[in-house]
Design a protein around this ligand. Structure first.
Ligand SMILES: Cc1ncc(COP(=O)(O)O)c(C=O)c1O
Length: 392
């Protein structure tokens, strides 16, 4: 197996076989298995379900260089939040018009860099940033980000970003107009991991009203940005959400001259990673009568490493073990800890697992979103290495 480059496979990636061939017996570090073809398949699914909408991948979700390169090669655009993210994407040869600087509050040096690199599109949601743009990047294209939250989302974002859609967004456009700045569109983010089927419809309707107001001011708005929020590991749910987006777009933005973009993050990458961890220690917890209550397992990755998604992204992880699938095998109440000395470092509890032993491996699918860029080597436990795979 190539540990530096990309490994190629025929038809389907057999994770069990990869794990067996990786010979992890003598290795104390966790391992990421990244299937780059999953990213390509997600792109095909996007094109099929949302043909009118150009995806601008949110780099923050997973900035792994092979993931970003794969998406750049597919022609996807990018949502960057900082100078470094802009630089990373530009270094892959992505042209500035395929980038949106989608952080409504940017340090001046980052804005200067965007200006120098001619990244024109940027979101804005408050008057201070408009004055900042007036001073530092007056010929940029302002995309007014308004708030329109899903009723249910894994990570709501509305407390931090997005102006009020009914009054403040119009006031910001008026201010921009009085400063001779150019507003070219509007954006919103319904919240990451959106499960509200009507969320995009509501937001797109509000965007339509703002387009009308912009026209009254003499602006020629031509960009609608519908943000992120699409699921990463549930394609059926994605297809349903895409259906509601398509009908709202058809209803409110039938004019094909208006470019519609989105900023999907987890949609592209969640399913592309499987994390393989090793049980390096275990304990049995017994009740006062000596009866086994819970088996506790300690893994070589935890919430300060890849499983930070449990804390920050409110994810519930799924565990797979690599024992023969025998339904007669008894299962026990189990709890899984990470490797650090902190009791917050808990991965999963109240699980039913077969009786596992030290050295056994556990697999966690769908670990590609909001894991890699945030993970730290707290307490001296190294981050997992990544093996890359791609279909021939
Ligand atoms: C501005 C912006 N765009 C896009 C995303 C990506 O969202 P998701 O991963 O839900 O698609 C985020 C996530 O926080 C974001 O803040």
């Amino acid at each position: 197996m190539d540990t530096q480059g990309i490994n190629f496979y025929d038809k389907e990636l057999d994770i069990g076989r990869v794990v067996a061939e990786a010979q992890l017996e003598d290795c104390d570090e966790a391992l990421n298995i990244c299937d780059l073809s999953t990213v390509e398949r997600k792109f095909e699914l996007w094109q099929k379900q949302l043909p009118r909408i150009t995806p601008f991948y949110a780099v923050k979700c997973n900035d792994d260089k092979r993931i970003v390169q794969t998406l750049a090669d597919l022609g996807v655009g990018f949502d960057c939040a900082s100078k470094n993210e802009l630089k990373q994407v530009l270094d892959y040869g992505v042209s500035p018009d395929r980038i949106i600087f989608a952080n409504p509050c940017r340090p001046i040096s980052h804005l200067d860099y965007a200006k120098q690199q001619k990244v024109l599109k940027g979101t804005v949601d408050n008057e201070f940033e408009i004055y900042k743009l007036h001073k530092h990047y007056p010929n940029s294209n302002l995309i007014v980000r308004f708030k329109s939250e899903a009723k249910a989302a894994q990570c709501p974002l509305g407390d931090k970003f997005g102006c009020d859609a009914d009054i403040d967004a119009s006031a910001l456009m008026l201010l921009a107009k009085s400063l001779d700045l150019t507003v070219t569109g509007t954006s919103f983010h319904v919240g990451s991991g959106c499960s509200d089927m009507e969320a995009y419809e509501r937001a797109i309707r509000k965007a339509k009203n703002l387009f009308k107001f912009g026209q009254l001011l003499g602006y020629d708005l031509d960009l609608l940005d519908i943000g992120g929020g699409f699921p990463g590991s549930d394609d059926e749910h994605f297809i349903k959400l895409a259906g509601t987006v398509n009908s709202a777009v058809q209803k409110y933005f039938p004019d094909e001259r208006i470019q519609i973009i989105a900023e999907p993050g987890r949609f592209f990458v969640a399913a592309s990673y499987t994390l393989v961890c090793k049980i390096h220690a275990k304990r049995e917890v017994r009740n006062s009568a000596g009866k086994l209550d819970t088996v506790m397992y300690y893994l070589n990755d935890g919430v300060y490493g890849s499983f930070n998604c449990i804390l920050y992204d409110h994810q519930t992880v799924t565990v797979e073990h690599y024992l023969p699938a025998d339904p007669l095998l008894p299962t026990f109440k189990s709890l899984i800890w990470g490797p650090s000395c902190d009791a917050l470092d808990k991965i999963s509890e109240d699980l039913r697992l077969p009786y596992l032993k030290r050295g056994d491996l556990l697999g966690f699918p769908n670990m590609g979103a909001y894991t890699v860029p945030i993970a730290s080597a707290f307490n001296g436990f190294p981050l997992p290495k990544t093996l890359y795979f791609k279909a021939i």
